[in-house]
Design a protein around this ligand. Structure first.
Ligand code: FES
Ligand code: FE2
Length: 473
């Protein structure tokens, strides 16, 4: 048992078993980063709808925020070999990442210095950076190489024709870039909480699946739908049997990071009068056949051997052990010291403003939301990261599968699993209607729950700092 100090029972949290109570039942040592709560009192002011629907607001975001943050532009495995490139488009800008011979990554504005064509329109390997219009050509490191009809460009010979560079940083297998030359390095910029990932090693993972879909809603509307778990009671009722939605822990760190830990293998506090076998059965129904966890979730006599059938945390313990066994068979790693929580729960971290790398040791989801075209649309991307088998090189990432606008996420069920795709489709039943509904609001504001929607408020506090010029400091 772990000594976690006083009970977390308090009247501003969901009654019943809390995440902290679940940690008390752990049989492994629980790391401090799970135990410690990190709250900030941020008040209860409503949020102006203008932020989601106004082109003027979006223009100010483009001027004041986007150039002054670290952006998740690519994963290392998107561009493993020298000469590999990634085209990263955000708002009206396009950036070009290029893998160098020494393994470093450089980032350039994706524009030809002749007449302004995008140098590349597709990610992929490039022998050199040659503009498809007239053939101005650059080396991988951005040095100008040559142009046809050089006799006509003598006036450029004395000019620096190197491609203008952006700053690049790398963290946990993510390649970050910024237009701001003065931002601190990524890790320092994010600040407290970033170190939690040191134990989860997303740099030892690879992208096993990557999908995207354009959503008819502002990028913040969609991102915020993934910052709270409590909409599950109405939007995702099929997960309540094994997801303690309203017992989610929400933690806020600095300006740029927050997290939600949603317990899995425990039933929602909205469900009454069910036992631990109901939890196991609900998960089995959700996942369906074929998955090792689902096969075990029925609680066969063999799987329950060694567990106390009357343990109020039975399902968490059985499922966590099933995951330890299954993941270690898959990737050759040793999970014997990992907490049940890290083997099971949903650790949704959000890095300001627009991406969410999941923590923990289950296959890690990574979301990214980008403004797309106008204020009413965004591109939502979902990656599934899997731990690379120990001693093996990570496979190259697949290209993003873009789901056509008229197709549901379910059409990509073969890539991310039909259960997860079904959850996203349920979210999509709301999000375009949020974007449309807000425009009819007579008072022009939305309201937030004090605790369960505190990550949304935290996000807006940082956004406000950019809009007012308080950030970057
Ligand atoms: S625009 Fe690129 S070579 Fe002319
Ligand atoms: Fe949802």
């Amino acid at each position: 048992m772990n000594d976690l100090g006083p009970s977390s029972e308090r009247d501003d949290r969901c009654p019943g078993t809390s995440y902290s109570d679940m940690l008390k039942a752990e049989t492994r040592r629980v790391p401090d980063y799970l135990i410690e709560e990190s709250n900030q009192e941020l008040g209860d002011e409503p949020i102006p709808i203008e932020r989601y629907v106004s082109e003027d607001w979006a223009r100010l975001e483009r001027e004041r925020m986007w150039p002054n943050i670290w952006q998740f532009a690519a994963r290392e495995e998107d561009m493993p070999a020298p000469g590999d490139t990634v085209v990263y488009d955000i708002n009206e800008k396009s950036m070009l990442l290029v893998r160098q011979r020494d393994g470093e990554v450089k980032a350039f504005y994706n524009v030809c210095l002749h007449r302004g064509r995008k140098l590349r329109t597709e990610s992929g390997p490039a022998i050199q950076l040659r503009c498809p219009f007239h053939g101005f050509t650059w080396h991988h490191d951005g040095r100008f190489k040559e142009a046809p009809c050089a006799w006509d460009f003598k006036h450029l010979e004395a000019k620096d024709m190197s491609l203008p560079e952006l700053r690049v940083d790398r963290w946990q297998g993510f390649i970050l870039l910024t237009e701001n030359p003065d931002l601190p390095p990524f890790r320092e910029w994010v600040g407290p909480g970033v170190e939690h990932f040191d134990n989860w090693r997303l740099d030892e993972c690879h992208t096993a699946a990557w999908i995207g879909r354009v959503i008819p809603a502002n990028w913040k509307v969609v991102a915020e739908a993934f910052m709270e778990a409590w909409h599950s009671i109405v939007t995702h009722p099929q997960i309540l049997g094994f997801t303690a939605d309203a017992n989610t822990r929400y933690d806020l760190y600095g300006d740029f990071l927050n997290r939600a830990i949603t317990p899995a293998g425990a039933m929602s506090p909205h469900i009454k009068g069910k036992d631990q076998f109901y939890v196991l059965k609900s998960l089995e129904d959700f996942i369906g056949g074929g998955d090792s966890r689902a096969r075990r979730a029925g609680g066969s006599a063999e799987d329950l051997k060694g567990f106390d059938a009357n343990d109020p945390m039975l399902a968490r313990k059985v499922l966590a052990q099933a995951n330890r066994d299954a993941f270690s068979a898959m990737d050759g790693r040793d999970y014997s010291d990992a907490t049940d929580s890290e083997m099971l729960d949903n650790f949704t971290y959000n890095v300001f403003p627009n991406w969410a790398p999941w923590g923990g040791l289950v296959p890690n989801i990574v979301y990214r939301w980008r403004p797309w075209g106008d204020v009413d649309h965004c591109l939502m991307e979902v990656r599934i990261l899997m731990r690379t088998r120990q001693g093996e090189a990570p496979p190259k990432a697949p290209a993003m599968h873009l789901i056509p606008d008229d197709q549901p996420f379910a059409s990509a069920g073969h890539l991310i699993g039909s259960a997860l795709a079904g959850v996203f489709d349920q979210d999509m039943q709301n999000l375009p209607h949020v974007q449309a509904g807000m425009k009819s609001s007579p008072n022009g504001v939305i309201e937030l729950g004090h605790y369960q929607e505190s990550r949304i408020r935290h996000f807006h506090r940082t956004l406000e700092k950019y809009m007012s010029g308080a950030l970057p400091a």
